[in-house]
Design a protein around this ligand. Structure first.
Ligand code: SAM
Length: 279
């Protein structure tokens, strides 16, 4: 019988956040696949668990994914952990899950620490509808294109960012979304120096220009204000029909065209056309 893949979330700062179920799964798995074996070894030592570790990270995932899958298909149970947080969220675990799912292996995700959800819940921004955008590209052109695509996004937007790229990312965001757009910068979550700076993009640029950012960040940005389409009135309809007729269009065609152009009901435009004739 085939084994299973367990996705085991680990603390994003506070070791107390490891759950009983995660601990049990790490103890009971046949082996652990870890993004950074040194980081995971520290956690296992803290938990008093001794277990065989296999490294699975961005630059060996193609080859190691097959090795891990073969072991699972042969009946072993694998616990996948990333450096911190939930495996498969902005880390190579995504590929192993795809590989296992395609091979018909059961994948079980244990809920637990995840920077995106922790940041959203503490941000003070609207949480009803949100989109997670992960890391922006390091290439300026594609970073700008990505942001341009989000210019009119109305949902709350969440980004991961490394501290050394934070300032240039905030500058790009300010240019695309405008300096007044609200942002919550969630730093060092669950750690000793946890901080949430709720401000605007323009002020965030000023702050981190004066004092360079340190630590891990999640950026939570308010969505764009909805664009309320202008609603045409009967008066507009009358003027539009008159202008079209003055240009040589028949009354019937001018009415039809006005219905399309101004997105008004036909009877409203018809009444407006009658009114201009009787003026
Ligand atoms: N899989 C992880 C998760 O579930 O959160 C995320 C992995 S991703 C490679 C790492 C990024 O998550 C960091 O660059 C940072 O943006 C964010 N992050 C992780 N831990 C954090 C923390 N304690 N405080 C703020 N951001 C954090």
């Amino acid at each position: 019988m085939a084994g299973m893949l367990y996705l085991v979330p680990t603390p994003i700062g506070n070791l107390g956040d490891i759950s009983i179920r995660c601990r049990q799964t790490l103890e009971e798995a046949d082996f652990i696949a870890a993004e950074d074996t040194r980081v995971t070894l520290k956690l296992l030592n803290h938990l008093g668990i001794k277990k065989s570790l296999v490294s699975y990270y961005e630059h060996n995932k193609a080859a190691k994914g097959n090795v891990i899958l073969d072991r699972i298909l042969a009946g072993e149970t694998c616990a996948l952990v990333s450096d911190a947080g939930s495996p498969a969220i902005s880390d190579p675990g995504e590929d192993l899950v795809k590989q296992c799912a395609e091979a018909g292996v059961t994948v079980c995700a244990i809920p637990g620490p995840c920077a995106v959800i922790t940041a959203l819940s503490i941000s003070g921004q609207s949480t009803g509808r949100f989109c997670f955008e992960g890391f922006l590209s390091t290439a300026k052109k594609s970073r700008r294109e990505h942001l341009q695509m989000l210019k009119n996004e109305e949902r709350t937007m969440i980004f991961y960012e490394a501290p050394h790229k934070l300032l240039s990312t905030l500058e790009d965001m300010t240019e695309v979304f405008g300096p007044d757009r609200p942002i919550s910068l969630c730093r060092e979550l669950t750690k000793l120096h946890e901080e949430v700076v709720r401000t605007t993009l323009g002020k965030a640029v000023e702050k981190y220009t004066a004092a360079p950012p340190k630590g891990e960040f999640v950026l939570v940005i308010a969505g764009a204000q909805p664009v309320i389409p202008e609603v045409a009135t009967a008066e507009d309809a009358g003027a539009h029909v008159a202008a079209l007729m003055a240009g040589g269009m028949s009354r019937k065609d001018a009415i039809r065209q006005t219905v399309t152009d101004l997105q008004l009901p036909k009877n409203v435009v018809y009444e407006a056309a009658l009114a201009i004739e009787t003026e």
